[in-house]
Design a protein around this ligand. Structure first.
Ligand code: DAK
Length: 274
């Protein structure tokens, strides 16, 4: 792998887009490698995945403009499909995916973050959909996921104006769940950069998720995603079925038995993912 780093840390893993010289822009090779790494995540062990970008400046500064500039119509469609397939794979990935946005998240970068379940960022993060300034529409689900996340009015404003927004505004409009600043000592010296604080927080979140019953967590992801695409009558049935499935798991039996056990000395065992 030239452009993707992957590290499993016990029950969660960190996937880093590693093309720092081009601010981690997505070319075809990055997309192919991303796809391959996702296919090889050990889902028997890994219960949450973090996606981030290499370096302190950029998460992903978009699809690769150099590569896109010479595409024919057919090549453009093939490139679009490649990205859409891999982003959809992330969106429907069985386990939760956290985007740790450590700088620019523009165009395809903003879209990559939106295909993840949760977005958190450092205070130098910049989000935007600059495509109309380049003569194209957002692809990789930009027009669709942004409108669903922050509402059609705000998404239209961001997309039509192609104006980038900084982390506090992204937080205000609900595009990110949390913004992290550097930690400083009493004299104002930085002891931990915003990027480091972001990654520590992302890892803490991933390990908190990993401690919960994995099949229940997966079913929650499915229920939310599939329910959002259905009307309420269908959505409630989706939820009921996924709730019912949990009663065939060891983890449900153990989780409830542990609660009901009056022996307060007992220590809770890790969930077994079965
Ligand atoms: N593509 C290729 N290279 C990029 C890049 C990108 N998106 N962004 C940055 N780079 C490269 C720069 O060319 C530069 O390379 P060298 O000159 O050093 O070789 C290096 O990264 C450092 O960038 P800068 O020198 O520009 O760094 P600055 O700090 O001055 O500026 C910046 C940072 C992020 C403001 C600036 O680099 C920038 O504006 N970058 C472009 C951002 C952008 O417009 N992103 C959106 C790309 S369009 C579709 C599917 C997908 C898409 C559309 C349709 N279909 C399915 C229909 C997606 C479209 C996009 O994402």
């Amino acid at each position: 792998m030239e452009y993707i780093l992957y590290e499993q840390k016990g029950q969660y893993a960190i996937l880093t887009i590693n093309r720092e010289k081009a601010l981690n822009a997505l070319n075809s090779q990055v997309l192919d490698e991303l796809n391959e790494v996702l296919d090889n995540v050990n889902l028997d062990e890994v219960r949450a995945l973090i996606i981030t970008g290499a370096g302190a400046k950029s998460f992903v500064a978009g699809a690769d403009i150099g590569e896109m500039s010479t595409l024919t119509k057919a090549e453009g469609e093939a490139f679009g499909k490649k990205g859409n397939d891999v982003f959809r794979k992330i969106e429907t990935f069985p386990i939760p995916v956290i985007a740790a946005v450590n700088g620019f998240a523009l165009g395809g970068g903003c879209e990559l973050s939106m295909s993840c379940d949760i977005r958190i960022c450092s205070d130098n993060a910049v989000f935007g959909q600059p495509e109309v300034g380049l003569g194209i529409t957002p692809g990789f689900g930009g027009t669709q996921r942004l409108a669903r996340l922050i509402g059609a009015g705000m998404a239209k404003q961001m997309i039509y104006t192609a104006r980038n927004i900084k982390a506090p505004e992204a937080y205000r409009i609900g595009l990110v769940n949390e913004v992290y600043a550097a930690e400083t000592d009493a004299d104002g010296n930085v002891v931990k950069s915003a990027g480091e604080v972001l990654m520590t927080s992302a890892e803490k979140m991933a390990s908190t998720i990993a401690k919960n019953a994995p099949i229940a967590v997966r079913n929650c992801k499915k229920a939310i995603n599939e329910g959002l695409d259905a009307d309420m009558d269908e959505a409630i049935v989706i939820e009921e079925k996924l709730f019912g499935d949990c009663f065939e798991t060891e983890d449900q039996k153990y989780g409830m038995a542990f609660f009901l056990d009056k022996n307060k000395e007992k220590v809770k065992e890790p969930f077994k993912n079965c």
